[in-house]
Design a protein around this ligand. Structure first.
Ligand SMILES: NC(=O)c1ccc[n+]([C@@H]2O[C@H](COP(=O)([O-])OP(=O)(O)OC[C@H]3O[C@@H](n4cnc5c(N)ncnc54)[C@H](O)[C@@H]3O)[C@@H](O)[C@H]2O)c1
Length: 260
């Protein structure tokens, strides 16, 4: 389905990024993987780059040659890392790499961003998020939230809320040319899950996995990223697909009380 297409996948050395790179390759695409860690047995082109600084993003973008057809922004760090790193990689690295590569994405191409089901309440913080993601100066934006315990204490959630807003902004800026969507997984069986247990609580994460019978596989998420890249999703733009096995629907339903 993707024969002849060149697709950039960040976070390609592990987990969802590795599964997505493998799935696109199997579907005929030429994948250009980017990750700070080396990727073993990577079947496409691989760029080792650190997306946590403006220079790292610029270096990565400079190594992507020619026209591309899509960008899957999957690299991410968990909330167990320092808040500056979480926000730098998950928000500004994603924003700047997208900005650098968008002019090279062919008409009709796609950008898909990895958000998270923990970002479901993002619209309540829309104004704060807009000020944050609009900051021209990356370091200044991080300094600006330094004193805000609500942000620094929930840096992962805040970062993925910012990704939800960035997705809408990027879609809106590229209407009719490049579709931009996000995917919001619940728990996925990848190396980052151990950090999520520390950050969100073991009981919460393991309780969800027990309820569902399993965590998602990386391939479960890659399948939806592939769908969003496909012609079948040609009218899907500026939106988010929750991929959590029904967890949020179940939790929401459980809170409802019968009238009476
Ligand atoms: N696993 C889950 O339960 C889950 C749930 C919701 C969302 N997500 C999101 O999915 C994405 C992929 O996570 P995963 O589960 O595959 O975890 P993972 O840890 O297996 O993969 C993350 C990848 O991002 C790369 N990365 C991190 N910082 C980087 C940097 N500065 N520069 C370049 N690459 C960097 C890592 O090296 C790693 O290969 C992340 O954005 C994560 O937040 C994961």
């Amino acid at each position: 389905m993707f024969a002849g297409q060149r697709i950039v996948v960040t976070g390609a050395a592990s987990g969802i990024g590795a599964a997505t790179a493998a799935a696109f390759t199997a579907a005929g695409a030429e994948v250009i993987g980017i990750d700070r860690n080396p990727a073993e047995d990577f079947s496409g082109e691989f760029i080792q780059a650190d997306l946590s600084s403006p220079q790292g993003v610029a270096d990565a973008a400079a190594q992507v040659s020619g026209t591309i057809h899509g960008l899957a922004n999957i690299a991410g760090v968990p909330g167990t890392a320092p808040f500056e790193l979480v926000l730098a990689v998950n928000v500004f690295g994603l924003r700047e790499l997208t900005k650098a590569l968008l002019p090279r994405i062919a008409d009709g191409g796609f950008v898909t961003n990895l958000a998270s089901s923990v970002a479901a309440g993002w619209a309540e913080r829309r104004s704060q998020l807009f000020a944050f993601v609009s900051a021209a100066d990356w370091d200044g934006a991080l300094a600006g939230v330094h004193q805000d315990a609500e942000v620094t204490g929930n840096s992962y959630r805040f970062s993925k809320e910012a990704v939800r807003l960035l997705t809408e902004l990027q879609a809106s800026e590229n209407l009719g040319r490049v579709r931009v969507n996000s995917v919001s997984p619940g728990p996925v069986e990848t190396p980052i899950l151990a950090d999520f247990k520390k950050d969100h609580g073991v009981d919460k994460v393991e309780g969800a996995v027990t309820l569902l019978g399993r965590a998602a596989s990386a391939r479960d998420i890659a399948n939806v990223i592939m769908f969003l890249a496909s012609p079948q999703a040609g009218w899907v733009n500026g939106t988010d697909i929750r991929v959590d096995g029904g967890l949020a629907a179940h939790r929401g339903s459980a809170q409802l009380q019968p009238a009476g």
